[in-house]
Ligand binder design. Sequence first.
Ligand SMILES: Nc1ncnc2c1ncn2[C@@H]1O[C@H](COP(=O)(O)OP(=O)(O)OP(=O)(O)O)[C@@H](O)[C@H]1O
Length: 272
Amino acid sequence: MAVELRSKTPVDHEPEYALQLAGVTKTFSGFFALKDVSLTVRPGEIQAIIGPNGAGKSTLFASVAAEIAVDGGSVAILGHATSKKDPSSLVQLGLSRAFQVARIYPSMTVFENIMIAVLGIERLRPTSLGRRVGTFFAPRRLLSARVVQAATETGLEDVLSYRAGAISHGDKKRLELAMALCMEPKVLLLDEPTAGMSPEETESTVALLKKLHNDRRLTMLITEHDLSVVYALSDRIAVLNRGAIIANGLPDEIRRNSEVARVYMGGGGVKS
Ligand SMILES: Nc1ncnc2c1ncn2[C@@H]1O[C@H](COP(=O)(O)OP(=O)(O)OP(=O)(O)O)[C@@H](O)[C@H]1O
């Protein structure tokens, strides 16, 4: 008689979508900042959101990060609905965010800044008993090793002892990225990752993001005004205009889309 063999532990299936927005609407005093926005991003994809000023990009990011409540529709991260969750519980779901203007502590050292992020995630980490572990019990040597690892991964190992306010603009953005990586994200939101950077800093940031994406198989949602960065990084590009997605496709499809060219660039194509 054939015996059916079954594993005793359930298989942990990866959800089909790392990020799913379904009919998301957000109004400010009756003005539609987002209008019935639906978007899906598969695990490991880099999805860009582009669009002219005021299109709704920041509102979309804030909706995904649960920093604002949406008026209609739903957002799910790795299969979990985010409604009624606060931003810190989204960290536990696997979401981290880096901002256009790096949110760091300028009077503290680079090491101390990263340590704050490491301690933050330690506090959120559940123990095998289902409790949240206190930071007091984690050996300092181990925590320090994680700080150094994040700094090395982002190219900050030589400036660990510097005051964060005194490092270059590019390094400040790397520092925020290092802090976001300490949260061990599966989905990373990147708001203008190369804003204000020199061409050299932009080039090395694009290379760093590609490397992090490959090494960690991160899903990334990115908004960026520099289209050469968008084309260099993205698997798919969605175009927002007046709160609605007017196109979403492969970089080449977006480059050739005449409606995108009309609303985004006033005609003439979407150039990198
Ligand atoms: N808190 C708010 N109160 C009122 N209106 C808002 C608020 N936040 C955004 N808006 C409006 O919603 C629309 C979308 O704004 P949003 O900042 O999301 O656009 P954006 O695409 O990020 O623009 P930019 O590229 O200039 O940063 C704009 O018309 C903006 O004025």
